[in-house]
Design a protein around this ligand. Structure first.
Ligand code: 5GP
Length: 190
């Protein structure tokens, strides 16, 4: 059995966590591998199956829940299920990597609960709900309805921040990148 570590980045949608995850993945010395989640939503923009997500039908997703194939899963938005397959962590650990997750706050805390000592759970905080709205609109990847759904969820998500090991305020992307890098680097050598 291998003993890699787990890095969780969680945040409300639009907080910039995906940008930070990509930044950390480019740092080869950290030796991180991205945990590809399963998702029941359709691919967006340039997203690729098996790279950004394992895109499943709702039916396929529910079958995997029944078969107990998930470490954690959640209906993040109505009929949009997301989850971490048990095989995914093992796949990355077997390849000698530490695992980095881009997942929602509940999923992030679940991972932390399952692997308390191996996990660094980071909460990425947007400067404000208004700023979040602006970012989601700029992204132009979701309908107005979906944006509103994501914003409605954000307040509850912000309230979970104190349960994380660290909070990064993403009001300046360069600072947030450096801060996340330093946190992860220190955790991996500890
Ligand atoms: P999006 O549709 O914007 O890609 O993701 C929606 C939300 O689902 C984001 O907050 C994302 O981090 C979260 N998410 C992605 N993968 C997982 C997962 O495996 N488990 C959980 N619990 N949430 C996930």
């Amino acid at each position: 059995m291998n003993t890699g570590k787990l890095i969780v980045l969680s945040a409300p949608s639009g907080s910039g966590k995906t940008t930070l995850v990509k930044h950390l993945l480019h740092k080869e010395e950290l030796s991180l591998g991205f945990s590809i989640s399963a998702a029941s939503r359709d691919p967006r923009g340039e997203e690729v199956n098996g790279k950004d997500y394992y895109f499943l039908s709702l039916r396929e997703f529910k079958d995997k829940i029944k078969a107990d194939e998930f470490l954690e899963w959640e209906e993040v938005y109505r009929d949009n299920f997301y989850g971490t397959l048990k095989t995914e962590i093992q796949r990355l650990w077997d390849s000698g990597k530490h695992v980095i997750f881009d997942i929602d706050v509940v999923g992030g805390l679940t991972i932390k609960n399952i692997y308390p000592d191996e996990t660094l759970a980071i909460f990425v905080k947007p400067p404000s709900i208004d700023e979040l709205k602006i970012r989601l609109k700029k992204r132009k990847t979701e309908s107005e309805d979906k944006i509103n759904m994501r914003i409605a969820k954000a307040s509850a998500e912000l309230a979970t921040a104190p349960q994380f090991d660290a909070i990064i305020m993403n009001d300046n992307l360069e600072h947030a990148k450096e801060e996340s890098y330093q946190l992860v680097r220190k955790f991996l050598v500890s």
